[in-house]
Design a protein around this ligand. Sequence first.
Ligand SMILES: [Zn+2]
Ligand SMILES: [Zn+2]
Length: 377
Amino acid sequence: MATKRDYYEVLGVAKGASQDDIKKAYRKLAKESHPDLHPNDKAAEDRFKELNEANEVLSDAEKRARYDQFGMDGPQMGGSGFGGYGFDPSQMGGFESIFDQLFGGGGMGGMGGARSRNAPQQGNDLRFSMRISFEEAAKGAKKTFDFTRNENCDICHGSGAKPGTQPETCPTCNGSGQVRAGGGFMVTVRPCSNCQGTGKIVKEPCTSCTGTGQKKHKRTANVTIPAGIDNGQVIVLGGQGEPGRNGGPNGDLQVVINVSPHKLFKRDGINLYMEMPISFTQAALGAELEIPTLDGEVPHKIPEGTQTDTSFRIKGKGLPRLRSNVKGDLVVTVRVEVPKRLNDKQKELLREFEELSTGKDSERQKSFKDKVKEIFQ
Ligand SMILES: [Zn+2]
Ligand SMILES: [Zn+2]
């Protein structure tokens, strides 16, 4: 496979370019390199394909985020996991529709760019929102879910025509789905109104699908959730969306991941954060703490005189980075608790402790008292 150019480079925009900039750059370049303007020019066609692929990814916030994160290959998490970017550059069925967007329907004189529904079109993408537990996001999981999608009717195989009959070629446009008007440089091309641009006329509709050519089907999908996935990330099951039309490719099934919050841990990227209450005697005397992690408890020693809000890091007890062996850390912040509801014995011991402490102010207390003195002298 030939090396692909960076998508940002293809569009000639900076990495942080706004959607508006990307749109403008794409429109400008697409007009210049549109194959209709360069007939029989293979290089121009390749440039146009490259351009559309770059635009397809960068103009879609999710695809762009994935591209920024994983680069050209897209995350390939085995089997039907991530399926790259869901764009097949060999499918050039999008030409007319792109042309249509660029030049505004069939109204442009001289350019000849009306869209034909006769051309292969990619099927619709489907979205499925999946809630997973925090642990599943951390360790990865295999999930199965049911969904409904339109599929080509099994009776008429998508033609919409009653079995035994065939859709007839539209006599108005001779099956092209387009009609031309005018002559010379001012040829206007419009979708054929007789067949709504399909090029075909169904005389006797299939009763099973009432002539639509499609029916809803319940399907089950398997999805492999990679360890380290984060809230809002999307797993694309390529080709499992709705069927393409006129031989176009199927759409994709996009699984949007929702990760349930954890009772103890907060996540930021690959690191986990946790607050842990400790007693003031543990803080003063030092202690061996049992720190809960996603892999069970691990011991950690805190030194004598640990102050409240002190944080420490347990290496490698965070979350894995997608597609790597790198693991984040668990950052624990201790909150020292002042005891409430002391019994008499405890109070007595603390008073004794206070007497022993008199005259032994900490540095912070000393500095505070000095400042108070300065103010009120
Ligand atoms: Zn049918
Ligand atoms: Zn027609």
